[in-house]
Design a protein. Structure first.
Length: 154
């Protein structure tokens, strides 16, 4: 009788462990996916005045491209930011050329003391994480790529 009880307990334990391995995926929502169709050419833009747009575009494209990785979203977002360092550096350079760029102010978001460069970094990191999660939630496809780089990222 004892042997049957032990076998029953082991069988129940095995069933319980097997249930832990089940995946319960939530339904995807493809309506959250970004559209990567080329936009119409904007009106003339003065060189060096692009602001956040090239950074955001780069981050969105790289986040969608890397989102299918099995790494945690934060790690994918960090890699996304690294892929867009050139665009972030250009934006920072634009900020540094503005009067008062070295003045510390309060963040509009958090109220904490900050600088334009710190805000650029925070913006880029938060957008990267958002886009990774967005792409995963919608099971969104990546943008078109050429030679291993998303189209339009320079």
């Amino acid at each position: 009788m004892k042997r049957n009880s032990i076998a029953a307990v082991l069988a129940l334990a095995a069933l319980g462990l097997a249930a832990c391995d089940e995946r319960h995926d939530m339904a995807a929502n493809p309506k959250v996916c970004a559209d990567f169709k080329p936009a119409a050419k904007p009106a003339t833009v003065v060189a060096g005045s692009e602001g956040a747009a090239p950074v955001d575009d780069c981050v969105r494209k790289w986040a969608y491209s890397l989102a299918s990785s099995h790494d945690p979203a934060a790690a994918v977002a960090e890699a996304t930011v690294a892929a867009c360092n050139t665009q972030l550096a250009r934006w920072n350079q634009q900020a540094l050329s503005q009067p008062g760029s070295d003045v510390e102010a309060s963040s509009i978001i958090t109220g904490a003391p900050t600088t334009p460069l710190a805000e650029h970094s925070s913006f880029t990191a938060s957008r990267a994480l958002f886009y990774v999660v967005q792409a995963r939630a919608g099971r969104c496809g990546p943008p078109p790529m050429t030679n291993g780089v998303p189209d339009g990222v320079s």
